[in-house]
Design a protein around this ligand. Sequence first.
Ligand code: TXA
Ligand code: MG
Length: 342
Amino acid sequence: MNELSASSANVDQAAAVLRAGGLVAFPTETVYGLGADARNPAAVARIFAAKGRPADHPLIVHLAHAGQLTAWARDIPDAAWRLAEAFWPGPLTLVLPRLPDVLDAVTGGLDTVALRVPDHPVALALLAAFGDGIAAPSANRYGCVSPTSAQDVHEELGNRVDLVLDGGRCPIGIESTIVDLSSTKARILRPGNVTESAVRRVLGEPLATESNRFVRSPGNKPSHYAPRARVVLAAPEEVELRIGEWHKRGQRVGLLASHWPTTLPDNVTLLPLPESVQKQAHELYHCLRQADHLGLEVLVAVMPPDVGLGHALRDRLRRAAGLGDNGEPAQVQPQPLPGVEP
Ligand code: TXA
Ligand code: MG
């Protein structure tokens, strides 16, 4: 793998790699993406192979500006232009009816395509140099934690990627909000930094409820974003109880929290989170990776309040814990630890 700083010469080289059908990992404001030419089926196939991702999980096509929407989507509703105007470039993905020539490999065979204009100078420079859509999922192996630094990409994909543009840490740290505009009522498929109330304010009408998001977003499986450590969720008042339960079983336990009890058992490792939810989002995936680097077996994570960006953080923590939308067990459960009662 070639890891390059994000100079303009290197951006041009990255665009050439994309044109030749190669894979380029690049920074966005949310997480690092694993990019390929979205018009080249062989290049798109390499994304799925590199990630170990099932072929029916659709990809987001990244664009340089909203004017390119018409090259990918049809029947674009006024709502899409209004959201693009309000939030692009930015951490918002729009799902729209697709044009017939959009590759099935990109959409997972769906009749819709996901599109976004990222707000990162390196991503925008690459998109401008390349000149067309770049299909890019998060640059991690399937189901694992999204990378927020070039080093993380290296750890996830090694030399399965031809070139990594290093743009430092991603400022936001969790993936974009996905809004489905392909049916009559707009629906949030994945919460993110652009909150539901911000979307509602721009649209001026209520959104559809989230209940069937998995039907519409097959790649949105509940066990995404999971570290190797078992993630155990705790309300603030349950922290000591949860730590005690796992500590008693001889597990190497960590605590991920912005507030913690004054007395923690010896050898419980504290992964402190900052106070603000914005900063927590920035640190979350970094901390999940750190838990694995430290060899922790259990990570007790305190759920933030369900307001604003806290909603998206709770979603990612639930998925890291292998739980679905409402705390229901996911189809894919974390493997039980040997010798430990579930
Ligand atoms: O912030 C982000 O969105 C990052 C950066 C790299 O842009 N990308 C990202 O991509 O998170 P990925 O592939 O890890 O997640 C994309 C999500 C998946 O859950 C997928 O199912 C959903 O978008 N998706 C893509 N196309 C869709 C479609 N046509 N309908 C519904 N969901 C779709
Ligand atoms: Mg992903």
